[in-house]
Design a protein around this ligand. Structure first.
Ligand SMILES: *[C@@H]1O[C@H](CO)[C@@H](O)[C@H](O)[C@H]1NC(C)=O
Ligand SMILES: *[C@@H]1O[C@H](CO)[C@@H](O)[C@H](O)[C@H]1NC(C)=O
Ligand SMILES: *[C@@H]1O[C@H](CO)[C@@H](O)[C@H](O)[C@H]1NC(C)=O
Length: 223
């Protein structure tokens, strides 16, 4: 009897431990107080930002107007991301969420990238987008989404959004991190500083170092 309880108890304990460990891996850590408005100027670095004194906290620390209007699209890709993370809204510090707005010209692309710390949900404000992500099994999951629709990009997976229409498009993105981080794949590989060695990229992409240099030149800062 005792023995059977012990043997049924062990898997239960294992499941509870697993649940607890996946919970801590799932998103930013939980807050330990109601508010901890980021003191963005503080040189002390913690996992997040130091809280500014409660007496200095105002409603403005929790507010942001930056997503209200379409961004001016002035880059070659034709898409601009405006973030509303802890760096813009200090009141988000320790709360584990943030937003962004992405504006797309016709043909605009938010190129393949990952967010190391967050799952992203996009909500289409207007226009239509062809979106997709790639699983670690190398399967493309893609779809066209239109105004009012939502799509999810799981944490850490490579994903993109493309406006294949002839009208402007825009989305609001929600993240389960105060600072999701963004790593554009092409830029990470072809414009890192110092550069990723040509022979690494040549072998990885099965192309000549000359072709690697050509791609790198496209990412060189224009002066
Ligand atoms: C940080 O410092 C700058 C300039 O010293 C100041 O304008 C700004 O209000 C400070 N920000 C915070 C969050 O304290
Ligand atoms: C695009 O416009 C923004 C905001 O006006 C500006 O900060 C940025 O430097 C511009 N980028 C380019 C490539 O001109
Ligand atoms: C999804 O990807 C397939 C394969 O590349 C492509 O043929 C299709 O047009 C894409 N669909 C959308 C909605 O982007």
């Amino acid at each position: 009897m005792l023995r059977s309880m012990a043997t049924t108890g062990a898997p239960l304990l294992f499941i509870l431990l697993l649940a607890a460990s996946t919970a801590t891996l799932a998103a930013d850590p939980d807050a330990l107080q109601d508010i901890c408005v980021a003191d963005l100027n503080n040189t002390i670095k913690v996992n997040g930002f130091v809280c500014k004194p409660a007496a200095a906290v105002t409603a403005e620390d929790f507010a942001f107007k930056g997503l209200a209007k379409p961004a001016v699209i002035n880059n070659t890709l034709g898409a601009v991301v405006t973030v509303a993370n802890v760096e813009k809204i200090p009141g988000l510090n320790t709360l584990g969420v943030s937003l962004a707005r992405i504006d797309f010209a016709p043909g605009g692309l938010n190129p393949p990238h990952t967010h190391p710390r967050a799952t992203e949900t996009v909500f289409v404000l207007y226009g239509a987008l062809d979106v997709g992500f790639i699983t670690t099994a190398n399967k493309l999951i893609n779809k066209t989404i239109v105004v009012g629709e939502t799509f999810v990009f799981p944490r850490g997976l490579v994903h993109f959004q493309k406006n294949n229409g002839d009208k402007a498009a825009a989305v609001i993105s929600g993240f389960n991190s105060q600072l999701p981080g963004t790593q554009p794949i092409a830029a990470a590989l072809f414009s890192a500083s110092p550069p990723v060695p040509d022979n690494v990229l040549s072998k990885a992409f099965q192309i000549s170092t000359k072709e690697v240099e050509k791609i790198k030149s496209r990412f060189a800062p224009k002066s």
